[in-house]
Design a protein around this ligand. Sequence first.
Ligand code: 1CP
Length: 361
Amino acid sequence: MNKEFAELKNDLIIRAARGERTERTPVWVMRQAGRYLQEFRQFRQKHDFFEICRTPELAAEVTLMPIRRFDLDAAIIFSDILVIPQALGMEVQMVASVGPVLPKPLVIPQNINDFLKQDIDVEKELSYVMEAITLTRHKLEGKVPLIGFSGAPFTLMGYMIEGGGSKTLSKTKKWLYEYPEESVRLLKLLTDVVIKYLVSQVKAGAQLLQVFESSAGFLGPKLFNQFSLPFIQQISSSVKQSLTDLNLPTVPMIIFVKDCHFAIESLSHSQYDVIGIDWTIEPSRGRQLAGQSVTLQGNLDPCALYADSQQIEGLVKDMIESFGTNRYIANLGHGIYPDVNPDNLAVFVNAVHKYSQNTDI
Ligand code: 1CP
């Protein structure tokens, strides 16, 4: 597919990620293309979840749904973090009102060899994601940048061992204590795939990259430093190095961690341009931990979108005042919930526009 794209008309998020001053704070929302949108639910009645992911026209259509509705400053490609375990040979089902289910999870380290293809051609196995990215870039016509993403190795490992979502991640953490070396082997295998996957996404047209370490909070500081941090750090440094080697633009990278106040300081010394944080931390404390040379993203409680418009506006105003308009990208502290009224998302987005104007530039 042709990769000559239209000129970008709105680069607020890219400039904010790089620490440049912006006329106002950019805003997007994790899981903005999802079940809270009626048009998405209707689409899902006609198409299976992974059929959408695997069909570039369908994935592009869903990616654009929230962009048509709201004044957002970025699109995120419609896909899922679990396409990586799938590409490695694991079956993943998307079960209505349950979420993702992997019917044959990894139980013992030997399963790494038994169940997983060891040396996959990432660009080929996940070519449908790259095609969806290229097509979506064309369809966006430069309106806003397109974010590519991946799950981080530990979060992926969690789904591969638990066989789906989990309240404790105890099976996965049992591996960390019982089989630390084999756990590292699995994490390294995943890291290698994630690096290739993200580089391919940029080749296909992704303009920013977000790495989701959504399960990091289960680890606590010690396990995080051992089983998450080294791998997410390697991802940012290797992706950036590969992009330079390939003469490709070095796109801003975002790391999202959840329930992980202890991680913010170390992450601020890594090569990520942006740290995405959840709502359990005061913005000012987040800034104190992160220092001045990294952009923060977040962090309104997703449940705040159940409040009335006036309350949402007030919360957004407070949030922007505490983060400040410099080196800041507005977002929720985690994905939007499926039962949120989309009108309330509009209130959120419009309030960011209203309260973050920088009149001095
Ligand atoms: O708009 C977007 O954000 C684009 C698409 C997107 C992204 C970035 C989807 C579509 N999933 C993801 C990432 C993702 N998937 C994460 C990281 C972000 C996070 O922490 O929320 C995780 C953990 C998953 C795994 C997953 N897939 C879950 C979570 C399950 C759990 O553990 O609670 C769920 C519910 C899914 C299914 C899914 N993925 C995406 C959508 C729209 C859906 C709903 C499924 C459906 O339509 O039936």
